[in-house]
Design a protein around this ligand. Structure first.
Ligand code: TLP
Length: 347
């Protein structure tokens, strides 16, 4: 049997030969002194791609988001975010622990906030509370199944937020997936937001690292926060080199991953007991419901694993599969077959 089909996340990809060659050959220096030429080149390239004044190489998407929150907002501030936002649910409570902020969440069906909903929560300051310090948008939205914001919606939110004096941060962990889905450049998508974090190690396939981009003074402060969090990485050029390759090599591969996710959704939609709407799949993330199969997450995932397919159960009765450049159509066909077998009577 072929190697395992690993659909747990797009974080599982291994560096490509070009990335490994670049890592081997990378010129390095001490990045805490700002002397790593490869890190500097990556930061310049990320700033250029995002159309922002400056960018910072951070070890993870979590650090990029949390540094952004710490710089934009102050203790006691409310951060408006969608109910299932990664910064709220999956970053170890650092919004409160590190920045002393409160999450003011808004439930949605599809992960996309609107200005109409945000404005109802926007407030302050007053004698009793500090009020809103930041609005955060996740694009694409992981827990909403990789849904993407229409550019006009982001523009409307940012224009109004800025009138109110509130900055907007975009968790663009998968911003290149969003760009591919919209047929736009990353720069076009993030133009209205004050800062954006995006991951090199997800849809782009680099082994480690994320970028935080924004205004030069914002990034200068974020650099201090990165150091405070233990993110000063010294000769990080070996990692940045892979990131530089990823930025050029990987975006063209993203449409194939999106087509694979759509194919998987369409295949699973034909299976009795599986709940999924292929029309909801906009990028490389697919969630489906298994309640009707009578199996719980653990049994379902064990059944997949026994057939060489890995997936994640991120909520009861809900399984996630994520496509990426280390799985191909044949792998997705195998995953669909595995689900069909698990759901067949007499399995
Ligand atoms: N998401 C991971 C898990 O934490 C769930 C995944 O496998 O999808 N923002 C978003 C939208 C993310 O999906 C993630 C990672 C992050 C931030 C954090 O990135 P890292 O893992 O690099 O800290």
């Amino acid at each position: 049997m072929n190697a395992v089909v690993d659909l747990r996340s797009d974080t599982v990809t291994r560096p490509t030969p070009a990335m490994r060659r670049a890592m081997f050959a990378a010129e390095v220096g001490d990045d805490v002194f700002g002397e790593d030429p490869t890190v500097n080149a990556l930061e310049e390239r990320a700033a250029e791609i995002s159309g922002k004044e400056a960018a910072l190489f951070v070890p993870s998407g979590t650090m990029g988001n949390q540094a952004a929150i710490a710089v934009h907002a102050a203790p006691g501030h409310e951060v408006i975010a969608e109910d299932r936002a990664h910064i709220v649910l999956y970053e170890w409570g650092m919004l409160g622990r590190f920045s002393g902020c409160l999450a003011r969440t808004i439930p949605t069906d599809d992960g996309r906030l609107t200005w109409a909903e945000i404005r109802k929560r926007l407030r302050g300051p007053s004698d009793h509370y500090r009020g809103t310090g930041l609005i955060e948008l996740e694009n694409s939205h992981n827990q909403a199944g990789g849904r993407v914001y229409a550019t006009a919606a982001v523009e409307e939110i940012c224009a109004n937020a800025h009138v109110a004096g509130v900055p907007v941060h975009m968790d663009g962990a998968r911003i290149f997936n969003a760009a591919a889905a919209l047929g736009k450049t990353v720069r076009e998508i993030v133009e209205p937001v004050d800062s954006v974090s995006f991951c090199l190690s997800k849809g782009l396939g680099a082994p480690v690292g994320s970028m935080l981009a924004g205004a030069a003074d914002f990034i200068a402060e974020a650099r201090e926060v990165r150091k405070a969090l233990g993110g000063g990485m010294r000769q990080a050029g070996v990692l940045a080199a892979a990131g530089l390759v990823a930025l050029e090599e990987s975006p063209p591969k993203i449409p194939a991953a999106h087509a694979d996710a759509k194919y998987l959704a369409e295949s699973l939609a034909e299976i009795d007991g599986i709940g999924v709407n292929p029309a909801d799949v906009e990028t490389n993330i697919l969630f489906f419901e298994i309640a009707q199969t009578g199996l719980d997450n653990a049994d379902f995932i064990a059944g997949l694993k026994a057939r060489g397919v890995l997936a994640l159960g991120l909520a009861p009765g809900r399984i996630r599969m994520v496509t990426h450049h280390d799985v191909d159509r044949a792998g997705c066909e195998r995953a669909a077959r595995a689900v069909r077998e698990i759901c067949s009577p007499g399995r």
